[in-house]
Design a binder for this molecule. Structure first.
Ligand code: FMN
Length: 194
């Protein structure tokens, strides 16, 4: 079955193959209401001990905060993120709040929250595109993030734009990617991978 130019093996809900990471954004604003809805989706992610270690620092284009986040991005990401409506830095708390002991799953939990947000964004027709291409040390410094929090990843949120407005190189990358087969990522009862 083909959904969003992707060959789906099993009859999964279409929200999963429909979510993807375009780079073409129109430069239009993302409304405060939609932004809050996306963060609401993140809020409902599961986490170890329901500790909810995820935190999000965001900047909307046209505000005094925008350049602080935009300047963290690697140049190839800046090239298309200039048309985003919002940039976000995902952060996680390293220790449980109830006893301040280290949690080994804070990064994993923050990933769940990001995926919930990305799916909600996709369901609203928005672009939500994750990024590791940014300066983590600089993010820690300019955002004054203390040592008991980790910088995880950034993402851009925006309104879908036209592929033709991207550079030629990026137009070639503006495709829905494929995935490993289900049989390649599961194994009954034993470890089988290289
Ligand atoms: C944590 C994370 C970091 C990523 N870093 C970048 C990045 O720096 N630049 C970029 O253009 N895409 C980045 N991506 C997007 C991935 O390349 C993309 O999600 C992946 O190829 C799968 O494609 P899809 O999201 O369209 O299904 C990142 C995605 C995630 C989840």
């Amino acid at each position: 079955m083909n959904i969003n130019n992707r060959e789906v093996e099993f009859n999964v809900n279409e929200i999963f193959p429909k979510r993807w990471s375009p780079r073409a954004m129109s430069g239009e604003d993302v409304s405060d209401e939609n932004l809050k809805i996306l963060f609401e989706a993140a809020r409902w992610a599961p986490s170890s001990y329901n500790n909810q270690p995820w935190r999000f620092i965001y900047a909307k284009k046209g505000t005094e905060h925008w350049s602080k986040l935009f300047d963290l991005l690697a140049e190839p990401n800046q090239a298309w993120c200039k048309n985003a409506g919002v940039l976000v830095v995902t952060i996680s708390r390293n220790n449980f709040e109830f006893n301040d002991k280290p949690t080994v799953t804070h990064t994993f939990d923050a990933g769940s929250a990001w995926m919930s947000l990305a799916l909600q964004g996709s369901m609203k027709g928005l672009v939500v595109h994750g990024m590791e291409g940014f300066d983590k040390n600089k993010a820690k410094e300019v955002l004054e993030v203390p040592d008991n929090y980790s910088i995880e990843m950034m993402f851009a949120i925006g309104q879908l734009g036209k592929k033709e407005d991207l550079s030629e190189e990026m137009q070639k990358m503006e495709l829905q990617s494929d995935r490993k087969k289900v049989s390649e990522i599961i194994s009954e009862g034993k470890f089988v991978w290289k």
